[in-house]
Every structure is written in structure tokens, then in C-alpha cells.
Design a protein around this ligand. Sequence first.
Ligand SMILES: Cc1cc2nc3c(=O)[nH]c(=O)nc-3n(C[C@H](O)[C@H](O)[C@H](O)COP(=O)(O)OP(=O)(O)OC[C@H]3O[C@@H](n4cnc5c(N)ncnc54)[C@H](O)[C@@H]3O)c2cc1C
Ligand SMILES: NC(=O)c1ccc[n+]([C@@H]2O[C@H](COP(=O)([O-])OP(=O)(O)OC[C@H]3O[C@@H](n4cnc5c(N)ncnc54)[C@H](O)[C@@H]3O)[C@@H](O)[C@H]2O)c1
Length: 473
Amino acid sequence: MSTHSFDLAIIGSGSGNSLVTPHWDDRRVAIFEAGVFGGTCLNRGCIPTKMYAYPAQLAASPAEAARLGVDLRYQGTDWTALRDRIFSRIDAISRGGRTYRAETLENTTLIEDEVRFADQHTLVTASGERIQAEQIVVAAGSRPRLPQVPGIELPQVHTSDTFMRIARLPERLVVVGGGYIAAEFASVFSALGTTVVQVNRSERLLRHHDETISERFTQQARSQWELKTGWELAGVEDGLNGWVSVQFTGPTNTGFSVDADAVLVATGRIPNSDRLDPEAAALDLHEDGRLVVDEYQRILSGGEPVPGLWALGDISSPWQLKHVANHEQRLVSHNLEHPEDLRRNDLGPVPAAVFARPEVASVGLTEAQALEQFGADRITVKVQGMGDVAYGWAMEDSQGLCKIIADRQDGTLLGAHLIGHDASNLIQPLVQAMSFGLTAHQMARGQYWPHPALSEVIENALLGLAVPDSGLL
Ligand SMILES: Cc1cc2nc3c(=O)[nH]c(=O)nc-3n(C[C@H](O)[C@H](O)[C@H](O)COP(=O)(O)OP(=O)(O)OC[C@H]3O[C@@H](n4cnc5c(N)ncnc54)[C@H](O)[C@@H]3O)c2cc1C
Ligand SMILES: NC(=O)c1ccc[n+]([C@@H]2O[C@H](COP(=O)([O-])OP(=O)(O)OC[C@H]3O[C@@H](n4cnc5c(N)ncnc54)[C@H](O)[C@@H]3O)[C@@H](O)[C@H]2O)c1
């Protein structure tokens, strides 16, 4: 067994790929990638899902148009053309990145193999190569978690990893789960013409979101596709003509089944730490399997940072979000390059958006979390309907809303939640205000809001909070 030495070893080519900055030009870098180059976001996550979300929005527009007196017709989707357009663009980027790392850059070695720890500074690949590196960054991401029920291995059962490349648009799709992925895929496939049956364990979809948003989203989902709540996946059985029977159980031994030609299981993602043999390096783990890191992204062992070991992204973060993984990559890059000036991971509140129909976006505390942390006397909450500001009124919108939670003593924003048209973009001024410490009244009255843009929903929500007047007009 041969041993190779590197200055930097990176496990995972998602956000980890961007660690190879010019600083490493004269040093030796190894990148391990056991799967497709570029990681989750590019190949099977954020990017392809959003490349489906926009066409699906167009496909869904006739119903919305009819409400306003415009006659549109949806005449179907050429699934093969749509799928191949999406993946011809994505696969080209992945191939280009792989070629650059494997062939163009002289100082990097791409090792396309599964790797694990042998000890804290030695990695060993599945084919038996041993690699020692002064610095090791674990950016190994997460993977879908599958409930271990009979039939889960049937070819009709998919996760988000495989579903976007299926051969045909399904006739009838069962979506299991009620989180981000389930919401986005149910929205896309129901719009494209598939009959969607979504089945979830809890009563509310997006249940980690603020209750007002989660309730509104659940109601909206129910009006667009069949939704069954309070049921757990029990098994999948092979049926006739390539279809399967998907079985669910309820709390009192009741049950039902749905026949479908495809099943998407979206029941959460688990960190890939188990693939790395973290015990061999005595690495600390959270209960959910994430690597434990300190505020500088250094991996801990026995509660202490291990010199030369770092982690970023889904493998260690409580947020399974690409903008978080990218921020942590920039932080680790800085800390690797400036050991005398380590920076902390203390960026402000983390926003998230669900690109479903309707869109959802949120930042900061939910009302329930704010109540628990600050108490009812301390917080003020305003829910502003989109239909009550000019643009939303013009759209005759009756579903969109913006909910803001603030500290009534000093007007600090604690949380903001939007559902409805363009929520993923509308949230940004609120993220900015929370990140830079603007108070609610300063934010509402210290700037112009273009009239009659939909962003007036935020201005009005801010003005509806019981917060101190900033003196601005
Ligand atoms: C369907 C879907 C949609 C999403 N949409 C969004 C979105 O809209 N916005 C958003 O912010 N986030 C979204 N996410 C989440 C986002 O994709 C992840 O948070 C992000 O990609 C994590 O990046 P990472 O670098 O930590 O890991 P990854 O990009 O997963 O990279 C890890 C890499 O490590 C490799 N690897 C793992 N173990 C080993 C090993 N032992 N040896 C060698 N290689 C290994 C894997 O093959 C993988 O390529 C989505 C996720 C999914 C699944
Ligand atoms: N737009 C985005 O930012 C975006 C999009 C997709 C994914 N993501 C990231 O990927 C992560 C994973 O997405 P996800 O939707 O798989 O997870 P999730 O954590 O959002 O939701 C998981 C769902 O599965 C349900 N569930 C869990 N175990 C179950 C079981 N045994 N039977 C039935 N239901 C069960 C849960 O109740 C929940 O509704 C998200 O948390 C998010 O961070 C982000």
C-alpha cells in the first residue's frame, strides 16, 4: 500500500471544490470525490430543481390566468426535451469542473474514490491508497434518508437523487414527506400534469416554518394536489404493468394504499459522516451524525479542536443549505490561509426559501420561538396580507402574506416569514435589515419603497408593528 502526501486534502467536490484558491498554487492539493463531480447542489439539488420549478410555474399559469380573465391553455410537456435540456447544461458544468481539476490544474489531484479516515491525519481510499495531509477539510455533504420498509428498494421508488432523470413523466406520483423537497417536487409534477398524492406523517407541511406560513402552505397544497396527513409509509409492493402499491399506516392500526407508477421519498437527509469512519479519528459527532465543529469550523475530538482538521457544509452544519455551505467554505479558506487571524462563523440570521407553489421564504425566529425566548410581553407581531397592498390588490391575491416579529422595546427584527408571489426575492431587504441591525421603523421610514411594488407588503408589515418610532417620516 503506497502513501502519498499533500498539503491539503478535501473530501467532497461540492462547496469543498471552491477551497482551491490561488493560495494553493505552489502546494499539493488532493480532492476526493466518490460520486459525480460538483456535489449535490449542481447535480441533484438546488440547480436542477429550480430548472424544473420555472417551467412548472409556466405550466401552472393557465389556472391563475383564468381567474383574471386571460385564456391560456397548457398543452403538455415534452418531458424528454425538458429533462435533456436541463441535464445537458448541468452535466457540461460538472464535466468542465472535473476536467479542470483532474487535467488542467497541475497542483491538484482528483481522486475519484470513496475515502475514510485511518487516523486523524491519514486517509485511506476504497482501493487502498493512503493519503497524508497537513490540512484535511471534510466537505462530504449529506444523502437522502430512506425509511427501512419493505419494497423501498423497488425501481419505482426514488429519492431526489434519481427522480429528476426518470425516463417518462409519471402518470401518478406518490410523494412521501412534507418538507422542502416534497413541497418543491409536488409543485413541479402536479403542474406538469402528473396526478400527485402527497402523504405526510405530521398534519402540517413545512412544519418547521412559522405556524401561520405552514398552515397557509398546507391549505394551498391541498387545493392543488391530493394531500393526506397523519400517515406513515409502511411499504411498497410491486403491482401490475410496472405500477406499485404504496402502503401507509395511521396511529390506530388503520391504513390505506395508493397505486402509482412512481414514488418519491423525501423524508430528510443524513450527513455522510458514517462513510468516513469517524471513530478511527476519534471525531466528535452530534446525535444526528453531523461532525462537531467549533466556531472556526475546526473539527472537534473529545471536545477539543484537532489541528489541521476542518469541516463545512451539510456534514457539520445544522442548516442543509447551499448558501451556508458556501459561506463556511469562504471561512475555512480564510482560516487555512491565515492561521494567525482565525475568523469565527458568526454571520447573521440564515434565510431559506422553498421554491414551491406558492413560494415560501423565512429568516430568523418563528413566532413560537420568539414567544419562548422573549415572552409575550416583549414581542410584537404583524401579519400583512399581500392582497392589502396595491400590487397584491391588483393581482387579486388572497393567499400571500408577510409576517414580521419584532422586539417591541427597541424595534429589533426577530423574524420574518413570507408566502406568496416572489417570496424568495421579497425576503432579502428583511435579511439585510436583520444582518445590519436596522430597526423596524428605521427600515420602514428611512428609505423609499417604490409604489406600487409588491415590496410594499413589507413596508406595511413593518409599520403595523408596535415598535418605538425612529423619528423618521
Ligand atoms: C433536491 C434538493 C434541492 C435543494 N435545493 C436547495 C436550494 O434551493 N437552496 C439551498 O440553499 N439548498 C438546497 N439544497 C441543499 C444543498 O444542495 C446542500 O446544502 C449543499 O449542496 C451541501 O453542499 P456540501 O458541499 O456540504 O455537500 P455536497 O454538495 O453534497 O458535496 C459532498 C460531496 O462529497 C462526496 N462524498 C461524500 N462522502 C465521500 C467519501 N467518503 N469519499 C469521497 N467523496 C465523498 C459526495 O459524493 C458529494 O459529491 C437542496 C438539496 C436537495 C437534495
Ligand atoms: N429550497 C431549499 O432551500 C431546499 C430545497 C430542497 C432541500 N433543501 C434542504 O434539504 C434538506 C432535506 O430536505 P427534505 O425535504 O428531505 O427534508 P425535511 O427535513 O425538510 O423534511 C423531511 C420530511 O419528512 C418527514 N419524515 C421524516 N421521516 C419520516 C418517515 N419515516 N415517514 C414519513 N415521513 C417522514 C418529516 O416529517 C418531514 O416532513 C432540507 O432540510 C433543506 O435544508 C433545501
